[in-house]
Design a protein around this ligand. Structure first.
Ligand code: SAH
Length: 394
């Protein structure tokens, strides 16, 4: 087996089980794309085994720590089986249940994402190592999931290019062809998921707890759902008794599906859809003197890396400040950041600054994180990428 030797002192993060080794930490060692390598310290101590990415800044992603034997097919299959077992309760709901089955580093499988949509699995393989283990992962999923109808892959993610992997489209890896739209259910709401063309694998499963939290306090409110995508928060709010929801998104396709979802949940009365840029829409509302009882802000990732955090901070402050000014007395802001590089502390500071500029006093009513089927390791804080604040105007 090929060896990757680290520079002196660079074993420290690995000893704390951080799963990534950057190219700058490597003293020597080369291997093929996705090949399993032994990682050793500058003094020759075996630190563990990982997958080599010759094209990426993240040169090695760890699969196992310590000096035990190199991880093989059986080990990778056992990680998949363990991950599925942790979702047993959700899967036991059967029918149209949906959840994430494998959450990359959070389940010990860097680069591997697999989502369950009512019997259909949609995967993404975003690192060289993940690509190398694809067959093993798919076979292990098939073995662990008795009700499985088929496994598909979405390889249309740009990060694959950084790993030297082809960026493609939708393909079937095992079993049958899913329908164009797969119906799932969540918290009493029904959603159609476009597994071929939708964002990520089709649905933002990570916001399940936040949608439930919003639904629980929506009764009687006039809601503005910004960055609505296919209507997730809006439908949860309507089902929770909201008086009305305006959904705003830049994507006409997302809004078309949001409208179908509204009909599916018999809440099209009261739901409206605005195609456009949220930054502009909020300003328009301000200029027109419009106000709301609840505003949801669930924007896409503004910061891809630590270097972009300051620029992202301005974007977050801008939309939060605008939204805070549009809220009526007693109103609620449900605001989120899914940038891993943006820490919860920094996000909260930005919110505090926005509130100060808006000259309004907010109480933190609830904090939300990604749902438990998107586990984050304590050793890998970047894995806790999604955070939310539910704030009430006082
Ligand atoms: N809240 C959604 C997920 C939001 S994903 C859910 O629960 O399912 C982010 C959405 O923001 C995407 O649908 C994308 O089309 C939209 N978007 C990105 N930039 C935008 C902008 N400047 N204005 C409006 N929508 C935008």
């Amino acid at each position: 087996m090929k060896r990757v030797v680290l520079k002196p002192g660079r074993e420290r993060s690995l000893l704390r089980r951080h799963p990534w080794i950057y190219s700058g930490a490597v003293a020597s060692g080369d291997a093929g794309r996705g090949e399993t390598v032994e990682v050793v310290s500058s003094t020759g101590e075996t630190l563990g085994f990982g997958s080599f990415s010759p094209d990426s800044q993240i040169r090695v992603r760890m699969l196992s720590f310590g000096a035990a034997s190199a991880p093989g097919e059986a080990y990778v299959a056992s990680l998949v089986a363990d991950a599925v077992k942790r979702r047993e309760r959700r899967l036991a709901e059967g029918g149209t249940a949906a959840c994430r089955l494998v959450h990359a580093e959070g389940d010990g499988l860097p680069g591997v994402v697999a989502d369950w949509y009512a019997g259909w699995v949609v995967c993404q393989f975003t690192s060289a190592g993940a690509e190398r283990w694809k067959r093993t992962v798919v076979d292990a999923l098939a073995a662990a999931l008795p009700g499985l109808k088929g496994v598909a892959e979405r390889s249309d993610v740009e990060v694959r290019a950084r790993e030297g992997l082809p960026v493609g489209g939708f393909s079937i890896l095992s079993g049958g062809e899913p329908p164009d739209l797969v119906e799932i259910s969540e918290g009493g709401c029904r959603y159609l998921v476009d597994v071929r063309h939708g964002h990520k694998t089709g649905f933002y499963l990570d916001q399940r707890l936040a949608r439930a939290a919003v639904g629980a306090i929506a009764a009687g409110r006039e809601v503005l759902n910004c960055f609505s995508y296919t209507g997730g928060f809006g439908i949860a709010a309507m089902r929770g008794g909201a008086a009305s929801v305006v959904n705003v998104d830049a994507s006409a396709d997302a809004l078309a599906l949001a409208s179908r979802n509204a009909a599916l949940n018999e809440c099209e009365k009261g739901m409206s859809f605005e195609e456009g840029d949220v930054f502009k829409y909020l300003r328009k509302c301000r200029d027109m003197g419009r106000s709301f009882d609840m505003i949801v802000l669930d924007p896409p990732k503004f910061a891809e890396s630590k270097a972009q955090v300051m620029k992202a901070a301005r974007g977050y402050k801008d939309i939060n400040l605008l939204a805070m000014k549009l809220l009526r007395k007693g109103g609620v802001l449900a605001t989120f950041s899914c940038s891993g590089a943006m820490t919860p502390e920094l996000f909260q500071t930005i919110l505090a600054e926005a509130a100060a500029d808006a000259r309004r006093d907010f109480a933190i009513v609830e904090r939300t994180f990604q749902a438990e089927d998107h586990p984050a390791s304590l050793a890998f804080p970047d894995g806790l990428y999604l955070k939310g604040y539910i704030l009430a105007v006082r």
